[in-house]
Every structure is written in C-alpha cells, then in structure tokens.
Write a new protein. Structure first.
Length: 372
C-alpha cells in the first residue's frame, strides 16, 4: 500500500506529475494552489449550457488560473440563470446568432464548446474567426475530415485548439503512464478497455445520428480508444471491429449500440476493447507488460478513479477532473506549457481517424490499416 510520503516522493521524482504537486491543499481533496496565485488567468466562455457545460462551470469555481466569465446559449433563461449563479456579466452573454460578436469582447480569452457532437465543428470554426482560443468537448467532431478542418481553421486564425480530454490530467492515470514510461512494466504487450452504460431516453440527441454522429463509440468508446493510446504509449497501425445490435428501433441506422474492436501497435502490442450503450458497469482499463501490470476500475468516470498495479494500490488523491483540466488548459494556452499527454486538436484528429476506421472495419469485416 502506498503512503502519502510515497505519493509526494513519486510526485517530486516524476516530471509528468509535477504540476499536480502544488495543487492539493492539506485535505488532498480540492484542487487549489497552495500559495496565492498572481499569474495569468484564462477567461473562459462556455458555449452550450447543458449537463456537461454546467459541470465544467461548477468545477471552475475552484480554479485559480481559469475563470468562467461568459456564456453562449440558445436558451435565454439559462443565460439569466448563469448570470446570477456564476456572476457572469450580461455583456459577456451571447446566443448562437450573436456568438461572432465575441470578437469585439476583450474580456474573453477562450470559448469552450460543450454542445452535441456534430455542432462542435461549425461552432469552433466561428470561434476561430473571433480570434479567441477554442476548446472543444470530445469527440471533437463526427469524422476525421471535420476534425482536420477545425485544426486547419484554428491554425489559420492563429488561435490554439484544445480538446476536453480530462483524463490526461488525472493523477492515477498519470502514475500508470509514468510507470510505463520508466520501463517499470517492461515491454507492453496488451491493453483492455471496456466502456459502456445502458442509455435511457430514446429521443435524446445521443441517439440521433445527425447530432451525435454515431452511437456509443462517439460518446464513450472514444475513452477506450484514447486510453489505449496513452496507456500503451503508441498509436495503433491496424484495427478490426465487430458490431452487435439488439434494438434496431432505439439504435437506428448509423447509431451503434455495441462494438468490440481490436488494435495492433507497431511494437507488436495488441488491444481489445468494448464500447456499449446497452451494458452497465463497464469502465475498466487493464494494461499488461512483461514485468508488470495496471488495472483501473473505474478508469474514466468522474471518479474517484481506482486502480492498482503489480506494486500495489494507486493511492493518489481524488481531484475534480474538470478543475484540474481548466487549470492546465490555462497554463497551456497562456504560458505555452506542454502537457504530459497531448490535448491539442491533432490529438483529437487521431481519435477521429481511428473511429472512422472502426466504422469502416465493421462494414468491411476486414483489418483496416491506420496511418496516424
Ligand atoms: P446536454 O444535452 O446536456 O447539453 C448540450 C447543450 O448544447 C444543450 O443544453 C444546449 O444548450 C446546447 N445545444 C445547442 N444545440 C442543441 C441541439 N440541437 N440539441 C441539443 N442541445 C443543443 O449534453 P451534454 O452536456 O451531456 O454533452 C455535451 C457535449 O459534452 C458532448 O459533446 C459530449 O460528448 C460531451 N461530454 C463530455 C464529457 C466528459 O467527461 N468530457 C461528459 C459528458 C458530455 P443551450 O440551451 O445553452 O444552447
């Protein structure tokens, strides 16, 4: 069992975990810099005030390096609610018609798009034109071409584009990555990623191909895809995939219910993953190497993430993922910090290329090559 001292020692010794060290108070629960912070602050507007946008807004109350200052919504009552709930000035509130006027607002640095998946691209393209930094929720788009268009547009506009990959800052996840990078697990041979839940309301946008771009793969399978890459530490070179659909009424054409998929990596390592909208209790990563292993259950939920390795329990404190993510996004956007695992648009494009190939492999029944 690891102790707090082991934890601090590991953090001190580990370059990847260093940013997290100063961020815990004495209870090790809340993410809050120990000293008074007087550095640059990222001023963020959230666009699409739904369930996840609200979670990010709540988490940002504990941020020091990032501040929620604006909102974009198609629902006027949400804008007035957010003004009183989060202290957002009316002059920083916009709707989908007036969004482009953010260009003239010097009090907003970045816009974080938390709408249904297919709206990320058109909104991010507009954000890029305002000259503000762009943050997209995952999946960053509904296919690789759209994702690449977003990267190109942000590059052309001279703004940065980040994707809300919150697990890239999670301490237990970072510790497993540190162990793997340090060679403590030996040569990596195998990864398993299981992601799924039983989805309810058949009328929700997540089951609408136009808005979701697909089904469970777009929503949660992407965690296994992205996780396979940061756990194994390589990009896959081929994929095979098989789809099972038990309810054709709820999961219409183009909306996947359950897909199993397999990756091959350049080193010879392999991965076997499952993404489902029809099974509960699926949130598990397993990484196996010649000398060691790591198991995380749950592995990608809001936490606490739990895990153990061949060395024992991963006894790292729980942090609110969205708080840490926004602190780190601030450092990346305003101070040019390099995150331990990339969160930029190019990283998002890779996952979208893999999703395209998974859908192609389901159709072809063959091994699809990947060139990331
Ligand atoms: P919600 O349905 O709760 O919220 C989406 C919001 O988008 C709506 O409330 C609405 O806000 C706005 N919107 C604009 N156009 C539409 C439309 N045509 N249909 C529906 N909503 C619309 O979704 P979530 O918050 O759960 O998901 C939003 C995004 O966040 C998705 O891309 C999802 O994948 C991602 N997500 C990421 C998570 C993570 O852990 N990283 C977890 C959960 C979701 P308004 O009324 O203000 O316009």
């Amino acid at each position: 069992m690891n102790t707090r001292r082991d934890f601090l020692h590991k953090l001190t010794a580990s370059a990847i975990a260093l940013p997290v060290l100063s961020a815990f108070n004495s209870q090790e629960k809340k993410y809050a810099p120990a000293k008074k912070y007087d550095g640059p602050v990222l001023r963020v507007a959230i666009c699409g005030l739904g369930s996840y946008g609200t979670r990010v807004a709540d988490a940002m109350r504990d941020c020091k390096q990032a501040k929620l200052v604006g909102a974009v919504s198609g629902t006027p009552s949400k804008l007035t609610d957010w003004q009183s709930k989060y202290g957002i000035p009316a002059k920083n509130c916009y709707n989908y018609e007036t969004l482009d006027e953010i260009k003239n607002n010097p009090d907003i640095d970045a816009v974080y798009v938390t709408t249904p998946n297919s709206l990320h691209k058109p909104l991010i393209l507009r954000v890029a034109k305002t000259g503000k930094h762009a943050i997209s929720e995952k999946p960053m788009a509904v296919n690789a071409k759209d994702a690449q268009d977003m990267v190109d547009a942000c590059k052309k506009a001279g703004v940065k584009l980040l994707v809300g990959y919150r697990m890239h800052f999670e301490p237990k996840t970072l510790e497993v990555i540190r162990m793997r990078k340090a060679g403590e697990m030996g040569k990596i041979l195998f990864f398993q990623g299981l992601t799924g839940f039983r989805i309810g309301d058949p009328t929700q946008w997540r089951l609408n191909k136009q808005l979701a771009g697909g089904g469970s793969m777009m929503d949660i399978g992407i965690y296994a895809i992205n996780g396979a890459r940061y756990m194994v530490g390589e990009d896959p070179i081929w994929v095979t995939a098989q789809e099972t659909k038990t309810d054709h009424e709820k999961f219409k054409e183009g909306v996947d219910e359950t897909i199993t998929f397999q990756f091959g990596f350049p080193s010879g390592a392999q991965a076997s993953c499952l993404s489902s909208y029809n099974m509960n209790n699926l949130d598990k990563f397993f990484l196996n190497g010649e000398k060691g292993w790591a198991e995380m259950v749950p592995s990608t939920g809001y936490g606490p993430i739990k895990g153990r390795t061949n060395k024992g329990e991963l006894d790292f404190p729980h942090v609110t993922h969205q708080t840490v993510q926004m602190e780190e996004f601030s450092a990346i956007l305003l101070q040019g910090k390099q995150p331990p695992v990339p969160v930029d648009g190019e990283e998002g494009v890779k996952d979208m290329k893999i999703i395209d190939a998974i859908y192609a492999a389901v159709k072809s029944g063959k091994k699809e090559k990947l060139n990331l």
